[in-house]
Design a protein around this ligand. Sequence first.
Ligand code: ADP
Ligand code: ZN
Length: 813
Amino acid sequence: MRCVAVALPVPGLGPLTYSVPDGVGDAVVGARVLVPLGKRTVTGVVVGEPECVTERPGSDPVRPDDRGLTPKPLVDVLDDVPFLPASVVELCWWVADYYACGIGEVIATAMPPRAWVESERRARITDLGHARLLTQKGSRRAALDALEGGRILSFAGLLKRPGVGHATVAALERDGLIELTRPLRGAADASKTVRYAVLTAQAHDDEARLGRRQAEAVALLRGSPEGIAVAALAEAGIAADVVARLVRGGLVRIDRRRVDRDPFERDTASRGRSAVEQLTAEQTLALRTLCDRAAAGQFDTVVLHGVTGSGKTELYLRTAQYVRDSGRGVLLMVPEIALTPAAASIFRAAFGARVAIQHSALSDGERYDQWHRIRRGDVDVVVGTRSAVFAPLPDVGLIVVDEEHDSSYKQEESPRYHGRDVAVVRGRMAGALVVLGSATPSLETFHNARSGRYALVSLARRVLDRPMAEVRVIDMREEYAAEGPDVVLSGPLREALTRRVERGEQAIVLLNRRGYATVVLCRQCGDTLECPNCSVSLTVHKAVGRAQCHYCNYSLAVPTVCRKCAAPYLELLGFGTERIEQELRALLPTARVGRVDRDTVRRRGAIAALLARFSAREIDVLVGTQMIAKGHDFPRVTLVGVISADVGLGFADFRAAERTFQLLTQVAGRAGRGDIAGEAIVQTLHPSHYSIRHACRQDYLAFYEDELRFRTSMRYPPAVSLINVVIKAPTRPAAMHDASEVAAALRVAGFNGYRVLGPAPAPIGRLRGEYRVQLFLKGTHRTMMRKAVTAVMEAKPDLKRRTIIDVDPMSVL
Ligand code: ADP
Ligand code: ZN
């Protein structure tokens, strides 16, 4: 009998083998199947033949001949054609292997919402059950009460009722008081449908007998042979009951038609953008290189290093048009659509309905529709965030990763993949051109360009010969000496803000830390307010009057007396964006000040709305976290202020300098994009740190050289490969003990290909109530390192569940 390997959406679980009974269909790779798993029946995806699976590292298929097990037959095959294209399944295998995680988790990432048909049994009360309800007692009564009035509950939901166990449910079913059903295929189609009224042939004959309203409706419908949406009829004054009467009379029938929910309906960013008529000389050259390489029709990677405002988006667009016209698909990846709406809306304007958009801020329904449009082949161009790298787009000829350095491409939960790196692999599998664009390429990417693995195309100038913003560094130690320790906005920044706003220009003020104050300190006993679950201090949010943990969301009302010594002398130290907003309002009483951070833009679409108001000049000064630093194009912004440019440098993270450099360069790049030259004012306590010095001169190459020297001497990426292993346990000694065991095993397993560092407490030693101890593997043989980690963890399944394996980590907290 034929067997297949099936991936299930269960964390850490390798593929399982099932036999394919006769008559259920082919179970091709990429098809969804229903399989038994323990007592449940669940949906999985066929990912290959069991034989091919044994060769995949990290997978643990249950094979017919091992352990004397015969594979169980699968229950049903849900798709005749692959639900996931085979090329996407292949990509998922690569990800599972490279990032040392279960194939099921990766497949789950690649799937659209509502694709997992859970076939759990559901319970419903019968007529008999209704009739006998009042005579029942105890758990039987509890179960029937829960189903009263026709409610349908899942089997599991029913078991949650007090006292209700499997025995109760079974007895109720046996007695005919409830019914257990297994809904299957029906739930799989979550398309939105619209009801259309359409005239039937009979309408001609019977028209004479109609009342006035009905006659009006028939007249309207006669003008639209393809029908009119019932909702549109209602708007035209024809109520639903009129339509219903026509349906009963046989004159009208109702068609349900699928419509795609359109996430662009809300999108206004593309309005008012003037088309670029003539490329600059630099752009023209760059475009020629990109198109030539795309025309070769084979895998190739180009780093597009262009300073802020050099017109990279226009190049993405024209290369995309070129590739699309040659008949191949285009994938544009962007860090976060809400923060970088420009690229998405420009593509929308250029490709119209042949574009699909994919990102997590869409509703499930929208994501479902967009995914299926791509899968049906209605789309040539996909614009999306990280997970769009798995889009089911056939024959991809071009993948653009915009702002490739952005850390949001890395998923910080399993599967911990990096969207940019997976994009390069997808490009290799598809024979596509991959373009990695940035003003501040990541060290890894630029290193690859330098070493010749990737080609390099540079844009050194801004379009229309606009100058780069002039950057001034303010040494805050001098400000403190002159004005005292409480100063937040330096003298020069206050002056510049006042001047610019008076002239009707706009300003951006960045501080990459939200909240009002970052520390609550008791002046009597020195106690600070810490999170009870995490080893971090609580941040005060004044507007809501609460002190909050930014890691686990624990919060309490801001106390007025010390919890330890009861002294009423609590001091608020440190500051975040909320405090800056208050300072700005005090400084500029007539200016309109807006704030963008995770406190002000919790709601979906709120960021876009705030940014649109800034764009429409309804806001003069915008203060915010790194959310405002990204690829926005606000031509009226002439001043950018950076408060505490060194916020990130305090973290024990080898990427701290790189992050600081990127943030400062990007935010300085927001100034002077219009006709008026821009300036940036950067406040710091470390004016001589190389990341700040080079960012102020916008000198990427100098930064790259210094940073590469640091990484090489400290043996960090890109000089070596890095894997971070974090072990979590309820106590620190337990975490330490387990980590030591893992470290010892890794050292035994470690040929000479890598070194193991640690164990040592993670920088945030306690998080959400768990103690965390970490290890690092450093070496030049990434494959060997990965295999060693996988092998060691497979041998300790109980530990594996408490362990995070992060290959190529972006942050190590
Ligand atoms: P980058 O992404 O490199 O920072 P953008 O692509 O956002 O830069 O371009 C900055 C601005 O310049 C945009 O408003 C864009 O429309 C405009 N632009 C791009 N190319 C040209 C050109 N050749 N001539 C005039 N304006 C251009
Ligand atoms: Zn916490």
